[in-house]
Design a protein around this ligand. Sequence first.
Ligand code: MTE
Length: 307
Amino acid sequence: MIVRSALGIPYSKVTPKGAYLNRRQLIAAAAGGLVAPAAGFAGTKLAGVVKSKYSTDEKPNAYRDITTYNNYYEFGTSKEQPAELAKNFVTSPWQIAIDGAVTKPKVLDWDAIVKLAPLEERIYRFRCVEAWSMIIPWVGFPLSALVKAADPLGKAKYVAFETYYNTKQMPYSRYAGIDLPYVEGLRMDEAMHPLTILAVGLYGETLPNQNGAPVRLIVPWKYGFKSIKSIVKIKFTEKQPPTTWNIRNSQEYGFYSNVNPEVDHPRWSQAKERRIGEFFKRDTVKFNGYGDQVASLYSSMDLRKQY
Ligand code: MTE
């Protein structure tokens, strides 16, 4: 990401990412694990959550890691800020407006959203474009359930998403350095893929605000910035919709953004990644390890050009 700090210095120049992560880990180690618990730890337990066959058996990261090392620019551009600055974000009542190429535009209330499909625990690999990764036990349901309920027309080829935006609730958003509201998009086949979910929870509880409460997208074979948070609008379109990081810098962030160790970011390598909580880097796996399930979606594409 290329946003500038308040000093006008790009964050990437202030501290190299690797060194930053190392230092965090060293500080955590020096504290003997005595790190303050995440703000907002007390989520509400979600009932009736079933296990999913799509989960990885890798060990999930600690709740503290997942909820204190965030990217949510509306609530600050440093990793620690969202946990603090999103504390009072109001996420109830919540609605998602559905429009565009659909039989009939509609507004889904929260109760209807969580009843679209049974809630599942999906333990997924999560790979950020900044070359760090985590294992995250989301709770959610397939986005395909919402797409079906939205009843899109045959001409709908893409799904566009929009995050809630309100400067009163998000006073730091003026320093975000990206156009807001945050927008993202998927091709229809990506949106319908069984691995693509809307997440409403984490570790069996409702989502913490900093992780995108009350509902966010998760597309586990793509870089994390595709996973748009706090969704209030879903629009079906014929043309490829604009996406926030592509608007910010189209040379660095494409529409597809599939995890790909063969295509480096112009300013850093994507060949390896640092799993938060580990010291040594791991090799990044194409499609974040989900290639068996998703590679066929892109068989006719040159993924170097359509990054
Ligand atoms: N959604 C919104 N609305 N605003 C953001 O700044 N950041 C993205 C994505 N979704 C972002 C967002 C990026 S860059 C990443 S890596 C993931 O959220 C981070 O999700 P996490 O904080 O739950 O790890």
